[in-house]
Design a protein around this ligand. Structure first.
Ligand code: V47
Length: 378
């Protein structure tokens, strides 16, 4: 329930009408989302987002036990915010491409860790063949059928379609047959063409990204959606980004979760011009997303890039998902993330419980595997 104090503070901030719409479960307009971005009272904005979060999920806070596989960082695209990609495989340029055995063993070697999902994201390699992209999930799936495979962003799917002369549907059907079940949300960045032209003009456009997800949803795949914030985008462009996602979600219902990703400035072309977004900006972005994206069930704070402390705080600003144990993440650590390479389940429980929430381990499709209420004191 929204406290009297928050009720009053929102009134004082001129947000009374928006508050009342949220409480009446009415959809917010783009102008209202923009107005929320300008809220001065962050705590009151967070309380409103938290109200919606608790209506949907109570205190449950989701996480999973996952491992990341980034089998190559060699990439033909030149996204200016990226610290992970390299132009070729030479060790001197820190490019790498795992062999098929290395990629598969990277995952299978984690068998004893209780992991339920592998998350696969890579650079757009100029020379790897289609069979390689299929064989990685196929072999993982054959050796470890219970492991859920979340694999390849829409940008990679678009790249495969172009490179191998296939439709999105063909690519996705072949990946499904190889064991890929869901798609990660990467590559969305900011949809506005002004931003894409300047930051990433040589990969899938916004329309192509959305179309890949539309087709995946039609084929019964659940997918995720991200938004990279904190570079050249205007607040209107963040709202525009979320509007396009909300529209596609109205059409298909196939998105599981929205994941704002804070820009990490180290070792990339624009890092000197744009520092890491502030904590205030991160928290208001989560709160606005929770309030505006009324048709998304889940909102994820990816602790790897936010840092554990801010991710934990975000649990009071609309967030209900902390991603997972994330073993061996590379994309953010190459961009300067100082967070650990992985968190144990116990560490995740501690963060969640200390925020007054209840940890719930989920699978890739957000089915609850186990709820972990606080241990009863002796
Ligand atoms: O598409 C790259 C972003 C994404 C930087 O679906 C950067 O559960 C900030 O897809 N600063 C890849 N962001 C990561 C991704 C992801 C991550 C966590 C969870 C899920 C999910 C998906 O990372 C890229 C790009 O938007 N990115 N470089 C950077 N320097």
């Amino acid at each position: 329930m929204l406290s009297k104090l928050a009720h009053h503070a929102l009134e004082q901030d001129g947000l009374g009408p928006i508050r009342d719409k949220v409480l009446a479960r009415e959809r917010l307009t783009d102008a209202e989302a923009l107005r929320l971005f300008e809220a001065k009272d962050l705590a009151a904005l967070g309380a409103l987002a938290n109200h919606v979060r608790e209506e949907r999920h109570g205190d449950l806070t989701f996480y999973n036990r996952n491992v990341h596989l980034n089998f190559t960082n060699v990439c033909v695209a030149s996204c200016k915010f990226c610290s992970f990609a390299r132009p070729d495989d030479r060790a001197a340029s820190e490019g790498y491409t795992m062999s098929l055995d290395e990629a598969v063993n990277h995952v299978l070697s984690k068998r004893d860790l209780g992991i339920t999902e592998v998350h696969i994201v890579n650079g757009l390699h100029p020379d790897l063949g289609w069979e390689f992209y299929l064989e990685v999930p196929r072999r993982i799936h054959a050796a470890w059928p219970e492991l859920r495979i979340k694999g390849y962003t829409a940008v990679e799917i678009h790249f495969f379609a172009q490179k191998f002369g296939k439709s999105y549907e063909q690519v996705l059907r072949e990946l499904q047959a190889a064991g890929v079940e869901t798609l990660p949300g990467g590559g969305a960045e900011i949809f506005a063409s002004r931003v894409r032209r300047k930051l990433c003009d040589d990969k899938a456009t916004a329309e192509e990204w959305l179309e890949v997800h539309r087709v995946a949803h039609r084929l019964g795949m659940k997918t995720n959606a991200t938004m990279l914030y904190g570079t050249i985008e205007r607040l209107e462009e963040r709202v525009d980004h979320m509007r396009r996602l909300r529209e596609l979600q109205d059409e298909t219902g196939g998105f599981q979760v929205f994941i704002p990703l804070a820009f990490h400035p180290e070792h990339n072309m624009i890092g000197k011009a744009f520092p890491k977004p502030t904590g205030f900006d991160g928290l208001r972005t989560y709160a606005v997303a929770r309030l505006y994206l009324d048709n998304f069930d889940h909102l994820k704070a990816y602790w790897v890039m936010l840092g554990e402390r801010l991710a934990q705080t975000a649990l009071s600003f609309g967030v209900d998902d902390l991603d997972g144990t994330v073993i061996e993440e590379r994309i953010y650590h190459m961009a300067g993330a100082k967070t650990p390479q992985a968190l144990s389940e116990g560490q995740l429980h501690r963060l969640i419980r200390a925020a007054g929430r209840v940890p719930a381990e989920r699978d890739s499709l957000y089915h609850v595997l186990r709820v972990h209420p606080a241990p009863v004191a002796a």
